[in-house]
Design a protein around this ligand. Structure first.
Ligand SMILES: *Cc1c(COP(=O)(O)O)cnc(C)c1O
Length: 239
């Protein structure tokens, strides 16, 4: 499907409209994967600081371009599938603050192995859960897998700069009732969080859930981070 990018005024209006409709404790990650660094700059000039990308090379390119523009308080969120051979490159991206898409215990172990490439103070990560059970999506498929990864993290993390920030999911793509399906996915993620809190005495785990078409539902279900692209940057494919 083709999308047409918005101009600066439309981006600023879209940001305003989303911000005014979400609670102040919800973090808006502007997913800039469809647009170039100039449009990131427009959003930055409207006060947006958190931006999301799903490809390592593209993130690397855009973060350098934004650096050159002097957008010094930008925070990058990586939200895409991670290939192990690109992890070191990802960790070297300036101003990388969050990875939302650690999708297996193996990936978490890779992250630990390569963390020396990261030059910041602290890197926050979410474990991605495949709550819809769709095959083309990545993520943990059971509580046991998730709990095992959390156990690994809790044994390893002392002295490291990796911070387990919470859980991430995407609403189911296919299905005859996307609202009902999305809500079920978000509730499932909340359920996983409750079990982790109980089993590991963890505190303050955040939920990263909700995209353009379902962020309102995600917020009703207690989302802390919404990842919104099209509704900010593109005039078609609106929610
Ligand atoms: C692209 C993407 C988003 C944003 O999707 P929109 O529909 O454009 O809001 C959010 N999360 C992930 C993981 C994505 O890949």
């Amino acid at each position: 499907m083709s999308v047409s990018n918005r101009d600066s005024k439309a981006i600023s209006e879209a940001l305003e409209s989303i911000r005014s409709s979400i609670p102040s404790n919800v973090n808006l990650v502007a997913v800039s994967k469809y647009v170039d660094a100039d449009k990131v700059e427009w959003a930055y000039n409207c006060g947006q600081r958190d931006f999301g990308e799903n490809r390592v090379e593209e993130l690397q390119r855009k973060s350098l371009a934004c650096d050159a523009k002097g957008l010094s308080s930008i925070i990058w969120h990586f939200i895409g599938n991670i290939q192990s051979n690109k992890l070191a490159k990802l960790l070297r991206v300036p101003s990388l603050g969050f990875i939302h898409s650690i999708d297996s215990e193996m990936r978490l172990k890779d992250l630990y192995k390569r963390i020396d490439n990261f030059s910041g103070d602290q890197l926050n990560f979410f474990l991605q859960v495949n709550t819809g059970g769709e095959q083309e999506k990545s993520g943990f498929l059971s509580y046991d897998e998730l709990a095992s990864a959390v156990r690994f993290h809790l044994q390893e993390y002392q002295g490291k700069r990796l911070n387990f920030f919470g859980l991430m999911t995407m609403g189911k793509l296919r299905g005859d009732d996307f609202e009902r399906d999305a809500r079920a996915c978000f509730q499932a993620l909340k359920g996983y969080r409750s079990r982790l809190i109980e089993d590991f005495s963890l505190e303050g785990l955040s939920l990263s859930m909700g995209m353009s078409r379902d962020y309102r539902i995600a917020i009703e279900e207690g989302s802390d981070f919404i990842r919104v692209g099209n509704a900010i940057f593109n005039s078609e494919l609106e929610s």
